[in-house]
Design a protein around this ligand. Structure first.
Ligand code: CDM
Ligand code: ATP
Length: 300
């Protein structure tokens, strides 16, 4: 018997970053939006903890206990005094090391899959606590939809979304390390006064209304200069997407995936085709948001 859970990627429609905290993290006003690109995690009873992974970029995913999915299974098992004797298969579709929370999605998916497989019925609040221990993005991967993340991004307030938004994601050739991008942010902002991160009311209103034009004007990512500094060719990708007719483009989270907000599905297909033809990205994917958080799709 197995349980399969589907988990969405995310884009940060606003990522306001404060100064470095004494613990090395940064306080954020992080407006998460789940997008319909999914990883699937299947949990099956086994003699011992084992991970397999298929899909684009699977060769870059660790299969040992450093995999965030393995850490999630071990954390849930430990909380309930169980042995994490489970085979986790990750069917990857979220770009690896792309700034779209792929590893976080797999961790959240593993928690939901193992919770169902082991019949634990762990309360949502407890699952969210485990998520926060695993990583700043993991709680959002569990809940999906749209949310404002404060603290290091793990304290969530659900947000209203009044319509469907259409996106094109340009997948870069290569990845970026999240800690390296935050370090570059620190280097760039050194000696300046970094303001307290605050969510933009204009942006929250645009989300609530489902107004893509207004959202396009309000998109922002304080990590973008750092990602561009470490991966300068992303500027060409951003220019190509805008020239192709996107309403706006920005780096997704810590990058290097770039996200383009477009008017509708037809425009998404056109912008994706132009981006690929421009030769400034490895792949272009279309998706809509919001998307549901970690959800059991097969098994109990
Ligand atoms: C860039 C984002 O993806 C935007 O949602 C997140 O802020 C990163 O979330 P994540 O990958 O889950 O990050 P974590 O695994 O919690 O932390 C990885 C590293 O990123 C940096 N980090 C992360 C979150 C945060 N609020 N401040 C930080 O400085 C720290 O160097 C940390 O050691
Ligand atoms: N299940 C996993 N899937 C992908 N990468 C993983 C996983 N577990 C650990 N990793 C490691 O984490 C690194 C970052 O991968 P991930 O795909 O989570 O990045 P990301 O999407 O940029 O993260 P975020 O947007 O949360 O900052 C990878 O290079 C890989 O070595």
């Amino acid at each position: 018997m197995s349980v399969t859970v589907r988990v969405p990627a995310k884009v940060n429609v606003q990522l306001a970053v404060g100064g470095a905290r004494p613990d090395g993290f940064h306080d954020l006003a992080n407006v998460f939006l789940a997008v319909g690109l999914y990883d699937e995690v299947t949990a099956t009873p086994a003699d011992e903890l084992r991970i397999t992974c298929t899909g684009p970029g699977a060769d870059q995913v660790p299969l040992d206990r450093t995999n965030l999915a393995a850490r999630a299974a071990l954390a849930l098992a430990a909380r309930h005094g169980l042995d994490a004797a489970v085979h986790l298969h990750i069917a990857k579709d979220i770009p690896v090391a792309g700034g779209m929370a792929g590893g976080s999605a797999d961790a959240a998916g593993t928690l939901v899959a193992c919770d169902a497989l082991w019949g634990l019925n762990t309360p949502q609040g407890e699952l969210l606590d485990i998520c926060a221990e695993l990583g700043s993005d993991v709680p959002f991967s569990l809940v999906g939809g749209a949310a404002l993340g404060t603290g290091r991004g793990e304290q969530l307030r659900p947000l209203d979304v009044g319509g469907t938004f259409h996106w094109v994601f340009a997948v870069a050739d290569g990845g970026l390390s999240t800690p390296a991008v935050y370090r570059e942010f620190d280097r760039i902002t050194e000696g300046t006064e970094v303001p307290e991160p605050l969510a933009s009311q204009e942006l929250l209103d645009a989300l609530a209304k489902g107004d893509a034009t207004a959202l396009a004007t309000a998109l922002s990512n304080d990590l973008q200069p750092a990602a561009l500094s470490l991966f300068p060719s992303l500027a060409d990708t951003l220019a190509a997407g805008r020239a192709a007719g996107a309403l706006a483009g920005l780096v997704s989270g810590s990058g290097p995936t770039t996200a383009f907000l477009v008017r509708d599905a037809e425009s998404a297909a056109e912008v994706a085709e132009s981006l690929l033809a421009s030769g400034t990205c490895r792949a272009a994917r279309t998706a809509t948001s919001p998307a549901q958080g970690a959800t059991v799709v097969r098994g109990r």
